[in-house]
Design a protein around this ligand. Structure first.
Ligand code: GAL
Length: 376
């Protein structure tokens, strides 16, 4: 399955880690619908690592779901998820074991793809731990892709090799619909900031059919769960979400959606930010202005319908004023044009600005606008 827009959903890893089970998946599915997340576009419910028994079935050689965590089997869970109108995602690994030491799919790719298809999976996250030294990474992703294609079900391949082996050069050719390009996120400002900055120059190979995945969001986690690491303020989470939207990255929620707070819910369903993220043109953002060693930047992204998304970031630790001269966007003063700005966080009309925009930004804050070129 080749996605046309960055995939959106929820993944168990960030909050739940190994503490996953039938009941919490069903509750998560209920919450995704009741809280309007599915309606906003979050359609995949993905079970990450730690879902299976430690050993394959001795007779069939299949991976089997953990009998205590999933006593009714995985098809029952998948049926429930589907009954809510959601899509169902599973997890495996290109190596002999998964990262948390459960059976991996190495040399079992076709059997496992068939098993996932039997479960009714629509998505497979495919990790990279415990890969035999001699095995060629790109070949292992080609193999699982072939296995999924011949499984009889349309299953989106979500590659997760953390950016190894120059993944940007070849991953699109394997048939993956998204690919992790970085190491694991943890729940603090520096983690999401550095992940974002590491991929700014790599977004050119992200788009229609295959999206650069900068990891599951920590937005709204507030230092609870599996990747807790100091946590972030609401202002910082707002910045994180804006960066992911502007990068056109897959939006996989990592917080507990059953207890998601109102501020987070409002943020992750913000129609302006989602419009930027999901824009059909899939053009990559580019840097139009840079200060303070790349920590205070202005990025722009051309959207469909002659709109431009603008992101002004202060990822440094002090408050500042940030300057954005329109000349750097391709709008010289001589053109006699200005930008009509809409604040993407609030939807408020921010007026028509000409020549430049110069705004105060608190430490770790950002501003996001939808802009149209107008006569001035
Ligand atoms: C890591 C991966 C994480 C998570 C974890 C599970 O390799 O990057 O996102 O899936 O494995 O063990």
């Amino acid at each position: 399955m080749y996605p046309k827009k960055p995939p959106m959903g929820f993944n168990t890893w960030n909050t739940f880690g190994e503490n996953i089970n039938d009941e919490m998946i069903r509750q998560t599915a209920d919450a995704m619908v009741e809280k309007g997340l599915l309606a906003a576009g979050y359609e995949y419910l993905v079970i990450d690592d730690c879902w299976s028994e430690r050993k394959r079935d001795a007779v069939t050689d299949k991976i089997v779901p953990d009998k205590n965590k999933f006593p009714k089997g995985m098809k029952a869970v998948s049926d429930y998820v589907h009954s809510k109108g959601l899509k169902f995602g599973m997890y495996s690994c290109a190596g002999v074991r998964t990262c948390a030491d459960y059976p991996g799919s190495y040399d079992h790719e076709f059997l496992d793809a068939k098993t996932f298809a039997e479960y009714g999976a629509d998505f497979l996250k495919y990790d990279f731990c415990y890969k035999p030294e001699h095995a060629h990474g790109p070949l292992l992703y080609r193999r699982i892709s072939m296995a999924l294609q011949s499984s009889g079900r349309d299953i989106l391949l979500s590659a997760c090799n953390w950016g190894c082996d120059d993944v940007h050069d070849w991953i699109r050719s394997t048939g993956a619909g998204m690919f992790r390009s970085t190491g694991d996120i943890s729940d603090n400002f520096v983690s999401f900031r550095d992940i974002f900055l590491s991929q700014v120059d790599n977004l050119k190979c992200s788009g229609y059919g295959c999206f650069n995945d900068i990891d599951m969001l920590t937005v709204g986690m507030h230092n609870r769960g599996n990747v807790a690491a100091a946590g972030c303020s609401d202002l910082e989470y707002r910045t994180e979400f804006a960066l992911w939207c502007m990068a056109g990255a897959p939006l996989m929620l990592g917080c507990d959606v059953c207890s998601i707070d109102d501020t987070t819910l409002k943020l992750v369903t913000n129609p302006y930010l989602l419009r930027i993220n999901q824009d059909a043109a899939c053009r990559q953002m580019f840097t139009v202005h840079s200060e303070c060693d790349n920590l205070r930047n202005v990025y722009a992204r051309l959207l469909s319908e002659n709109e431009i998304a603008i992101l002004m970031t202060n990822l440094a630790d002090d408050d500042c004023r940030l300057w954005f001269p329109f000349d750097e966007l391709g709008l010289p003063v001589s053109a006699g044009k200005g930008l009509h700005l809409t604040d993407a966080f609030t939807g408020a009309d921010a007026g028509v600005v000409k020549e430049y925009h110069y705004i105060p930004l608190k430490a770790h804050d950002c501003a996001v606008y939808l802009a149209k070129v107008v006569e001035v």
